[in-house]
Design a protein around this ligand. Structure first.
Ligand code: SF4
Ligand code: SF4
Length: 406
């Protein structure tokens, strides 16, 4: 359904009774406080777009770009209007009617080809080392959102991890690792912890070297066409290696893979919840674990809590590491990241982020954990701006510290 045409969603958007309940949960509306930013207005505008009453063009594109795709509106709607899917369908339509050379080059040419994506990451790294990115940001040539990823690591995770990592002891299970772009290019240390922890807990970890992106950045940008071939390509890569179950340490990747399954594009393979898998493996783990003497809180990524309904197991996992756990206020509220949203709407994204940072700081925790590398990036950026000392980690990194690794 995520790939549906706007016209195909007509029966859904006609169900909107304009009650406004979606406004009460929309992080964008909360900041903008203008009806044009409300989810119900986007539903109405989508209707107009579909009937031709609203012209396609930059003004319409600007309306639909002001959405983090957090899905809070869809969950809240008493009439079951799939608001975020209507917004996505509007973006597809706008992108198709007004193709952009820059967007096409980035998402169709580069993002679909791992070799070119590697090259682009290398060029960014090089520009960062030469101070060009800093200079571009300072003189306004680059939008402020380009500061979000920070300094790219020297090597992507895929360069250092083997295709097959054997279990440290007797293998009890074999799982495929869907390594997403954020973990690969921004946080290879998270990927390293994921593989080590699973291996220690008795898994043989299979990581196809030829994987492509899950397709989420393309979907968010309205560049729909390459998504299906990429999904089928990734599915074939796992099947070639005899893998029947796949997990990811990125909530956005697993949410997308599940959507692809609903479209019959990633069929015949089970997408596992990593936190649930780790808890199961820990139940039969007989070696020692050391209790971490830290105070931790947890931020729910929209793509895990909202899109997949997974909230309990990540918290249980954190508690298994021995940390003192403190719940933050509004842990399920969006951090304002949402991939490309923070790049296009940096100021708005920062306003949403500030509230999240205040909730984190209120807990008195010295660590905030989250199950999505994009949230890790956003929270690190926010805490650095606040000159905070709170560490942002993925739960697998804490587990790697707690397990006595072989
Ligand atoms: S909550 Fe649902 S029915 Fe109510 S205004 Fe929003 S989209 Fe329409
Ligand atoms: S998906 Fe989130 S940001 Fe977008 S309209 Fe709905 S509540 Fe607002």
């Amino acid at each position: 359904m995520v790939f549906e045409e706007l016209s195909g969603l007509k029966e859904h958007y006609l169900h909107c009774v304009r009650c406004g309940q979606c406004r009460s949960v929309c992080p964008v509306f909360e900041e903008v406080r203008n009806e044009t930013a409300a989810p119900r207005s986007k539903v109405f505008l989508a209707h107009m777009l579909s009937s031709g009453e609203l012209r396609t063009g930059p003004e319409a594109a600007a309306h639909f770009s002001r959405c983090i795709l957090c899905q809070a509106c869809t969950r809240e709607c008493p009439s079951a209007v799939p608001v975020h899917k209507i917004i996505l369908a509007a973006r597809f339509m706008l992108a198709r009617k007004h193709p952009s050379r820059i967007r096409g080059t980035i998402f169709r040419e580069i993002w679909t080809r791992p070799a070119l994506l590697n090259l682009a990451a290398g060029l960014i790294r090089c520009s960062q080392s030469l101070g060009l990115v800093k200079m571009g940001l300072a003189c306004g040539l680059l939008p402020p959102g380009f500061s979000l990823p920070g300094r790219l690591p020297r090597q992507p995770a895929l360069d250092s991890l083997p295709e097959i990592t054997p279990a440290a002891g007797k293998a009890t299970t074999r799982v495929g690792y869907f390594l997403g772009c954020s973990t690969n290019y921004l946080y290879p240390e998270i990927a390293g912890s994921t593989v080590s922890v699973l291996s220690q807990l008795g898994c043989e970890v299979v990581l196809p070297k030829s994987l492509k992106c899950c397709g989420l950045p393309l979907l968010e940008s309205g560049e729909l066409e390459p998504v299906a071939p990429m999904a089928l390509y990734n599915l074939a890569a796992f099947k070639r290696l005899g893998v029947n179950t796949v997990f990811s340490d990125c909530a956005s990747c697993t949410a997308t893979l599940k959507e692809l399954q609903a479209q019959q594009l990633f069929s015949g393979i089970e997408v596992l919840d990593l936190s649930g898998l780790l808890l199961e493996l820990l139940d039969s783990y007989n070696s020692g674990m050391k209790a971490l003497n830290r105070v931790a809180t947890y931020h729910d990524p929209c793509h895990l809590a909202g899109a997949q309904g997974i909230t309990l197991s990540p918290r249980q996992l954190l508690r298994r590491t021995g940390v003192e756990f403190r719940e933050m206020k509004d842990a399920g509220n969006c951090c304002g990241g949402g991939g490309i949203f923070a790049i296009y709407h940096y100021d708005l994204s920062m306003k949403i982020l500030n509230k999240k940072i205040a909730s984190i700081e209120e807990t008195g925790a010295d660590i905030v954990a989250t199950f999505c590398p994009t949230c890790v990036m956003q929270l690190r950026h926010g805490l650095a701006k606040h000159k905070g000392t709170i560490e942002v980690v993925h739960p697998v990194q804490l587990l790697a510290q707690s397990l006595i690794l072989a």
